[in-house]
Design a protein around this ligand. Structure first.
Ligand SMILES: C[S@@+](CC[C@H](N)C(=O)[O-])C[C@H]1O[C@@H](n2cnc3c(N)ncnc32)[C@H](O)[C@@H]1O
Length: 299
């Protein structure tokens, strides 16, 4: 089920694991990355987050691991609760797992007919069907543009409103049918994936959660500690890149009184690390992955 953790060797190397240290896997999923962390951890501690309670089934029987069924946006609260501050490293492998993606009843995939749900956590109130059936046309158009970066977002929003005025849109295939007139057949798969991505980001508040994670991770790391993030689309990667390079999301490096750059994180590489051909052939999900690694600077 989870045989293919993305960029496994590169991300574990980036964590620079110290035996006996305290590490966080913010996106446990199937536990592929966590398993590799445990192999190097000695008698250290590994705190793992996943907002999806199903992930708990993948926990190994290992006393060094603590599973926290929460959104990673609450990172610091839970690290405090478990007396785990400061940490030596944090890894986040963002987005949905292949297990979630391949479950038709979660509604993440354009390939299966299923309820338009897309909630990673059972605690979330708003489903993708709620978004599609209740947002006004401008609101829909805006999220499709902002989170899906689809040029003809206006057409898609209009067709959604027209279709739902006849009958609520409840399933993934109903949504696809409603918008198909706006989607050129040659770009069908790509544009539908982008539309589903936009709805998923809105439903799960993904970009806000990522921003909160990055800010708190920086605070939680000890000087010299590592931040390792794998992202799967440009909206996420832009946030990670700007934050690592400048400490903020706009990408504007702050300077002190004397004009020296104020750096709290130091990128370990100038460019993102991407999977090689062998990995993308073996695991198509890795195709869009970008890995960024940073070290927390000494104060
Ligand atoms: C790509 S998968 C991780 C796969 C994992 N690295 C592995 O090797 O199996 C992402 C996981 O993170 C979880 N997730 C996504 N956003 C989250 C958030 N804001 N807080 C906590 N968990 C989140 C998802 O539920 C999913 O299980």
């Amino acid at each position: 089920m989870y045989h293919n953790p993305v960029l496994l060797q590169e991300s574990i190397k980036g964590l620079n694991i110290r035996e006996g240290g305290t590490y966080v896997d913010a996106t446990f999923g199937g536990g592929g990355h966590s398993g590799a962390i445990l192999e190097k951890l000695g008698n250290g501690r590994l705190l793992v987050f996943d907002t999806d309670s199903d992930a708990k089934r993948n926990l190994p029987d290992d006393k060094r691991i603590i599973f926290i069924n929460q959104n990673f946006r609450y990172l610091k609260n839970f690290l405090r609760l478990y007396d785990a501050l400061p940490i030596d490293g944090l890894l986040a492998d963002l987005g949905v797992s292949s297990f979630q993606f391949d479950k038709p009843e979660k509604g993440f995939s354009t390939r299966f007919d299923g309820p338009l749900d897309m909630r990673m956590s059972h605690n979330l109130l708003l489903s993708a069907a709620d978004v599609v059936n209740t947002y006004d046309e401008n609101g829909l158009s805006e999220i499709i543009w902002q989170y899906g970066e689809i040029k003809n977002h206006k057409c898609i929003a209009r067709k959604i409103v027209e279709a739902r005025n006849k009958k609520p849109i409840k399933t993934t295939f109903q949504l696809i049918e409603a918008v198909s007139i706006c989607i050129p057949p040659a770009k069908r798969n790509k544009l539908l994936a982008m539309l589903f991505q936009a709805l998923r980001i809105e439903v799960n508040g993904e970009l806000e959660a990522l921003k909160e994670l990055l800010v708190q991770a920086k605070e939680a790391l000890r000087p010299g500690g590592r931040l390792v993030v794998i992202s799967y689309h440009s909206l996420e990667d832009r946030l990670v890149k700007n934050f690592i390079k400048t400490g903020n999301f706009r990408g504007m490096l702050q300077k002190d009184f004397f004009g020296n750059p104020i750096r709290e994180m130091e990128p370990m590489h100038n460019k993102a690390i991407v999977p090689d051909k062998e990995e993308t052939e073996r695991n198509p999900r890795a195709r869009s992955a970008k890995l960024r690694i940073a070290k927390k600077c000494e104060p």
